[in-house]
Ligand binder design. Structure first.
Ligand SMILES: Cc1cc2nc3c(=O)[nH]c(=O)nc-3n(C[C@H](O)[C@H](O)[C@H](O)COP(=O)(O)OP(=O)(O)OC[C@H]3O[C@@H](n4cnc5c(N)ncnc54)[C@H](O)[C@@H]3O)c2cc1C
Length: 231
């Protein structure tokens, strides 16, 4: 197996699949690891994938300029968000300022990075999904929008890094990113294995929630279509 970065060390950000002009790379997902596998019959050895790879060529770390903290004053929204709903407020302000927002939504059994259609559509994107989401097609569409528009990307740190690498310097001043604190994301396959114990699959769920807020605080609990799965 020929891989972009060292075997079993891929973050799954998918910048390499987006940058490959020959469609020679696919990210293989297994419960224990991701691998960006190169189809050597299609590869022309241009090196673009390794140049955008954050494992092969790590991004420099930045020192914090300012530390702010806060949460939404909207009680209902705070209750629907995983933590304080700051992400929702940042996204809403960006949309109201005329920018485009891309973030993660669960639909048709998958966790995908999609463009938010407007403030009214934001609800469907709120809340943390504690699995790797799929940015297929998003990076190229964002690059296109950045020619003339401002874009906010809210997602996993590996995705924000992958997107920055993919965009490069051209029009980068119009790109804003907000990445979540994340200690690693399991594959959706892990979630499928978990759901199987309850006779459910992601494909038959219209909604899924990983965290519920109760009077006693925050509980980690998977709810499918508002039905709690007791662990
Ligand atoms: C996989 C994962 C791991 C995390 N690990 C930690 C941790 O270890 N410690 C910690 O303090 N916080 C962690 N967080 C962050 C935390 O859950 C909250 O997202 C964060 O505090 C912001 O809360 P919020 O209420 O403002 O927004 P939320 O309601 O959580 O919304 C966050 C935004 O991120 C987007 N998003 C949610 N899930 C994904 C995903 N899988 N891929 C891409 N974008 C997504 C949503 O669409 C939304 O725009 C993690 C989040 C995720 C998704």
């Amino acid at each position: 197996m020929t891989t972009v970065c060292k075997e079993n060390s891929c973050t799954g950000c998918m910048a390499c699949t987006a940058v490959c002009a020959k469609n020679a790379i696919s990210v293989e997902t297994a419960p224990e690891a991701y691998n960006a596998v190169i189809d050597t019959a299609l590869c022309v050895d241009c090196g673009a994938c390794r140049r955008v790879c954050q494992v092969d060529a790590p991004l420099p770390l930045l020192a914090p300029r300012q530390w702010l903290q806060g949460w939404t004053a909207d009680d209902a929204q705070r209750s629907r968000s995983a933590s304080g709903g700051a992400a929702y407020e940042i996204e809403k302000a960006f949309l109201q300022g005329g920018g485009h927002v891309w973030t993660c939504r669960f639909s048709d059994g998958g966790f995908r990075i999609e463009e938010v259609g407007g403030v009214d559509a934001l609800q469907a994107f709120a809340n943390s999904k504690y699995v790797k989401s799929d940015p297929s097609g998003a990076y190229a569409a964002i690059r296109e929008q950045l020619r003339t528009e401002r874009v906010l990307f809210v997602g996993l740190p590996c995705q924000a890094a992958g997107l920055k690498r993919y965009i490069g310097e051209k029009n980068a001043e119009r790109l804003y990113t907000a990445d979540l604190i994340c200690h690693g994301t399991p594959s959706p396959q892990m979630l499928e294995i978990f759901l199987q114990q309850y006779g459910r699959t992601l494909g038959d769920a219209s909604d899924i929630s990983f965290r519920t807020k109760t009077n006693a605080g925050i509980r980690y609990q998977v709810e499918v279509d508002s039905v709690p799965l007791e662990v």
